[in-house]
Design a protein. Structure first.
Length: 163
């Protein structure tokens, strides 16, 4: 597997993976990803299967901000990214179904954690559904409870990893 950060040339592949991983009401659109890639492609960690035509199989993305809590507005406004911000937000953890349960998402989360540490951030913040609270807890994220967001008709919990 090859891991690298993104470029705008990854737009179609990232959009396709997102569509495989999330229901339409929750998934980011191609336009959403275009804005994200234009503002913070270096905060996308992509994993490719180099034995399968360098197919994109998983990715993690999110921007950096001084705002300590993740809000719905952040998903929609890539221009809020601040490269000098204190917090690395995680907007999506995606692995296509046939590559799940191999530890690929964990590898990408670890890349995001290490990069945030190396860049001097205070930590990382993400939101997740109830069923994933335990999973993210394995990386040291602490559940701060319901965010107030019901994006896609789902209740989201905010989780924080502080260095």
């Amino acid at each position: 597997m090859l891991i690298r950060t993104a470029t705008i040339d990854d737009l179609a592949a990232v959009t396709a993976v997102e569509a495989e991983c999330f229901p339409p009401a929750e998934a980011a659109t191609e336009d959403d990803f275009r804005g994200r890639l234009e503002h913070y492609a270096n905060h996308f960690w992509l994993m490719f299967d180099n034995e399968n035509d360098n197919k994109l199989v998983a990715f993690v993305d999110g921007f950096v901000t001084d705002t300590p809590d993740l809000s719905d507005e952040m998903y929609e406004k890539a221009e809020l990214h601040n490269e000098d911000g204190k917090w690395q937000m995680i907007f999506g953890v995606n692995t296509i179904p046939e590559y799940r349960r191999r530890g690929l998402a964990a590898q990408l989360i670890q890349c995001a954690i290490e990069d945030a540490k190396d860049q001097g951030r205070l930590g990382l913040v993400l939101t997740c559904k109830d069923k994933l609270v335990h999973y993210y807890g394995k990386f040291g994220f602490v559940n701060e409870g319901f965010t107030g967001s019901t994006h896609g008709g789902v209740k989201w919990n905010q989780m924080r990893l502080t260095f």
